[in-house]
Design a protein around this ligand. Structure first.
Ligand SMILES: C[S@@+](CC[C@H](N)C(=O)[O-])C[C@H]1O[C@@H](n2cnc3c(N)ncnc32)[C@H](O)[C@@H]1O
Length: 321
């Protein structure tokens, strides 16, 4: 490590800002996601000058992933912390301004593998509404292709999404037959918009060329016929979104890593609201958010609230429960 990882002194502990805790926690939460972001978070957690700059931002704008994505978007390179720190100090006014405007809206197409596995359990043809859709890249899962474990490739589109499975019963044999779709997001992005696409790319860590390549392939596929994503709240806007769906299709509401952003009250009300609209519900969320499992730190795939698999957060692994 290029920096001191010793615990800070007692005096510093007493006056420490919550931002330190956030960046220290990020060193654990981002492990397995990006070694680069872990190193940057560890460096920031030890760096009083950078912490003082971060503390000028509104609290929700100090988020490690947001700051690192903004830096990437503005041209920071994949360097060790000392060089990153120098870059941050030199570019702070731009970083501060972008951090006040941008949001973390990572559109992770790897999650389409669990989604396809869940949709295989719902008789189609389907009308799909994705809440928290970002640019809607997960609302077009049938346009990509998949390798589930050793099973033959499913589909022919790009990108090819690879998903390890520990139970053949989880492997779908068909792609979903989606005849109508709509994304709903508080702040919709568009795959067809160059600045939006550049921001989506910056949300992927620089040391994950695999994910960046997959995202670029998905954006290219999406641009041939961009999915429609409209502005609206997952709960308050759901009925209006669903009202547009043709009534002869099986309606499925999908939430992938989104319900966590809702208030506890809205989260609790969400499954009932979906049920009242006569829709099926597919969720890939942290354990316990949309199902009755208690697997701290794990992501769970559920259909109508019934958990049937545990998954890695970005969908590249599915394990039967
Ligand atoms: C982490 S991104 C996930 C995007 C996509 N579901 C995926 O898995 O690739 C979460 C998205 O939810 C949106 N969001 C957050 N709160 C929301 C709400 N109350 N209603 C609708 N969208 C919301 C954010 O704007 C963001 O685009």
């Amino acid at each position: 490590m290029p920096f001191d990882t010793q615990p800070r002194g007692a005096a510093a502990q007493e006056s420490r800002s919550p931002t330190v805790d956030w960046y220290e926690r990020a060193t654990r939460e981002l492990a397995g996601h990006s070694a680069l972001h872990v190193a940057w978070a560890a460096g920031v957690a030890q760096d009083d000058d950078i912490l003082a700059l971060l503390d000028r931002l509104p609290r929700d704008r100090r988020q490690p992933s947001l700051i690192f994505s903004v830096a990437t978007w503005l041209g920071a390179a994949a360097t060790a912390y000392p060089q990153f720190r120098t870059w941050l100090l030199e570019h702070w006014p731009e970083v501060e301004s972008a951090a006040r405007q941008r949001r973390t809206q990572t559109n992770e197409v790897g999650r389409c593998a669990p989604l396809v596995a869940a949709l295989a359990r719902v008789p189609g043809p389907l009308a799909l509404v994705e809440v928290g859709a970002s640019a809607g890249l997960c609302a077009i899962p049938e346009r990509y292709s998949y390798r589930f474990g050793d099973a033959p490739r499913l589909g022919s589109g790009a990108p090819e999404i690879v998903c390890a499975v520990d139970d053949p019963a989880l492997v779908p044999s068909t792609l979903p037959d989606i005849r109508w779709r709509l994304g709903l997001d508080l702040h919709p992005l568009s795959a067809a918009d160059d600045p939006d696409a550049a921001w989506l790319e910056a949300l992927v860590p620089l040391d994950r060329p695999d994910r960046r390549e997959r995202l670029r392939a998905a954006l290219a596929t999406a641009r041939q016929d961009p999915p429609r994503v409209v502005a609206g709240d997952a709960l308050a806007g759901l009925a209006a979104a669903v009202a547009e769906a043709p009534s002869d299709l099986t309606l499925v509401v999908v939430s992938l890593g989104t319900l966590v952003y809702l208030t506890p009250e809205a989260r609790a009300a969400f499954p009932g609201a979906v049920r009242d609209l006569g829709a099926r519900l597919v969720t890939l969320e942290q354990s316990g958010i949309a199902d009755d499992t208690a697997l701290p730190g794990r992501f769970v795939l559920a259909l109508d609230g019934e958990a049937f698999a545990e998954a890695s957060p970005h969908g590249d692994r599915l394990s039967a429960l």
